[in-house]
Design a binder for this molecule. Sequence first.
Ligand code: ZN
Length: 146
Amino acid sequence: MLDNLYRTVIMDHYKYKRNFEELKGENIVRVHYKNPTCGDVMTLFLDLEDARVRRAAFLGEGCSISMASASMMTELIENKPLKEVASLRKGFEDLIRHGEEPEKIDLGDSLSLQGVHPLKARHNCALMTWQALDKALKNTKEYTTF
Ligand code: ZN
């Protein structure tokens, strides 16, 4: 039952990708990322302001897990301070790598990807978009000092 519900959420994000567009402007951070194990590719766009994600968007193509995860992440991090984004990232990685549901962190729709945990070969699909985020924010103090 739960599996079906989760699958429905994932397929909904895959079919109707949220924030699936290019962000344009001088201050937009853009990062290209690919997952060699599955062939997924994506470009992440971030509009940052005052140590906060004002907007996040992406373009790309790949398997349902990678695209759904990116769609979910852009929704999840929008309007969040970078410090909180860093803790969301850690919570999501624990969910995928260790199958642990974080206690104090609300992962929103991203929680539906918990079922990826036993599928080790697909971990990179779920994590790709967060790795792109890491790459984009690696020089940002508020994100890395968490
Ligand atoms: Zn994939």
